[in-house]
Design a protein around this ligand. Structure first.
Ligand code: FDA
Length: 308
């Protein structure tokens, strides 16, 4: 099954209900997703923080259909941030927000609605003494997301952004964002993109990742190096040393359920490592993107759904 077909399956309602019914695939969901409720996210964050890891929590939800739903997603984040503060976890736990979940794709006022909800979330994060990072989605949203980031940073300069190394434009975006006080998460990129906007070979994406990491690590901002790729973890470690970065002046980030031993190895080596923890009812699209990255999980998934 091709990556684009698989990413298309992210929208299939029938496949989603099959995944929920099959115990093996249910276990795969549990590996990558904290659970469906706020209490699940808090429990998992607590476990990870106890192990010395930092956390960023994503409330899952992508296809927001109207302003009322965007507001409900905003409410969920405000509630989550209050709960993190109460649980004493806010020093090590921030939140990640997909602007599509707070209305960015809605016709007419989408950007305005998303900015309004993102502002509410940033406000709640500031009250809880923590931060927000805006996830990055497919390339058609990059300009809009960076525009909303600029607006938010006028009042909340601590707001972070994600840049995707597979996009041809990203080196330039890294230069623009490698400034004092900025927080930038660099990842490879998880969407199916056309070749005129994105590098298609793994080698090109990896080379772009290294060029972007150099720009971010050489600059005065706070780079967040999101990858599980052993080669890139090693290379970024050497680059951090080359640019005389002290541990804690940058961080590694990995996904919940992916290379947990490596996460702890880096912590033991004195590195700051943040784990991206998703939770919520809308876990399906997220799971399919993770499966697209991991052929071994994908074949397990297909075999168990087909045998049902
Ligand atoms: P790569 O895919 O080459 O994987 C390297 C190795 O890591 C694999 O060989 C395997 O061992 C392990 N691995 C990777 N994925 C795995 C999986 N799903 N299950 C099990 N093992 C796996 N993307 C995006 O477009 N927008 C965003 O906002 C974000 N945000 C984000 C936050 C954080 C904290 C992370 C770590 C990643 C993202 N991503 C993302 C996803 C990112 O773009 C990318 O798709 C994945 O991180 C996989 O790329 P790697 O760099 O890990 O390399």
């Amino acid at each position: 099954m091709s990556r684009s077909l698989l990413l298309g399956a992210a929208r299939s309602v029938r496949l989603r209900s099959a995944v929920e019914r099959v115990p093996v695939t249910r276990r795969l969901v549990n590996r990558y997703v904290a659970g469906t409720g706020e209490e699940d996210a808090i429990r998992v964050a607590d476990e990870l923080v106890t192990e010395g890891l930092a956390v960023t929590i994503d409330h899952l939800g992508e296809d927001t259909l109207d302003a009322a739903q965007a507001r409900r997603v905003g409410d969920a984040y405000v509630s989550l941030l209050g709960a993190l503060h109460q649980a004493g976890l806010a020093a090590d736990t921030e939140v990640s927000v997909k602007l599509s979940a707070v209305g960015q794709a809605l016709p007419n006022d989408g950007e305005k609605i998303a900015l309004e909800q993102a502002r509410r979330i940033c406000h709640a994060a500031r009250n809880a003494a923590t931060t927000v990072t805006l996830d990055m989605e497919d390339h058609t949203t990059t300009d809009s997301t960076l525009g909303i980031l600029r607006e938010l940073r006028l009042d909340f300069p601590e707001t972070g952004a994600v840049l995707q190394a597979y996009l041809r434009r990203t080196e330039g975006d890294c230069r623009d964002l490698a400034t004092e006080g900025s927080r930038v998460r660099l990842c490879k990129g998880a969407y199916d993109e056309p070749p005129d906007v994105a590098f298609s070979s793994r080698a090109e994406v990896d080379r772009s990742y290294v060029r972007c990491a150099k720009i971010l690590l050489a600059g005065p901002g706070y780079p967040m190096l999101a990858t599980h790729d052993p080669r890139l973890v090693e290379i970024t470690g050497s680059l951090a040393a080359r640019y005389r970065r002290e541990q804690g002046s940058y961080e590694y980030q990995m996904l919940y359920g992916v290379r947990p031993d490596e996460q702890l190895r880096l912590v033991r080596a004195g590195e700051r490592v943040r784990v991206y923890v998703p939770y919520g009812e809308d876990w399906y699209g997220y799971l399919v993107r993770r499966l697209a990255e991991r052929p071994a999980n994908l074949s397990l998934f297909l075999r168990s759904v087909a045998s049902k």
